[in-house]
Design a protein around this ligand. Structure first.
Ligand SMILES: [Zn+2]
Length: 125
């Protein structure tokens, strides 16, 4: 049992606030203050995380051209390599294979750049 300081009403321990006047018990107000701080902290962390992700996205966007150039060069080189090594007489297979491989290279390159950007940004913090 606890007595409300505002209206002197008795309250069950399980209540954080007075059933009659809604004033917080001492424990209840500490709890709600802590809860509020926790929510504020979570909000702040979430906001910072979003800002960080946006920064990474923007920096990666700036490298988009570079990523495509590397993929295009890889494609051309792979086609030449396929033809040079005479892997198959069907050039469509060579072009298809080179295209898929260039796609994989593009993705790996992008992941690599993303990791590097994250590392750089974390160093700046
Ligand atoms: Zn009360």
């Amino acid at each position: 049992m606890w007595i409300c300081k505002k209206c002197n009403t008795e309250n069950e321990d399980s209540f954080d606030s007075c059933w009659k006047c809604q004033a917080f018990s001492e424990q209840g107000s500490v709890r709600s203050f802590k809860y509020q701080k926790k929510v504020e902290k979570q909000d702040k962390e979430q906001k910072e995380k979003k800002e960080f992700e946006k920064k990474v996205g923007d920096k990666l966007e700036n490298k988009r051209f570079q990523i495509w150039i590397v993929a295009a060069i890889s494609f051309v080189l792979l086609v030449f390599l396929g033809v040079f090594l005479d892997l198959t007489t069907d050039n469509r297979i060579i072009v298809g294979g080179a295209f898929c491989s260039a796609g994989v290279i593009r993705q790996l390159h992008k992941n690599y750049l993303e990791r590097k950007i994250i590392e750089e940004l974390e160093k700046e913090k």
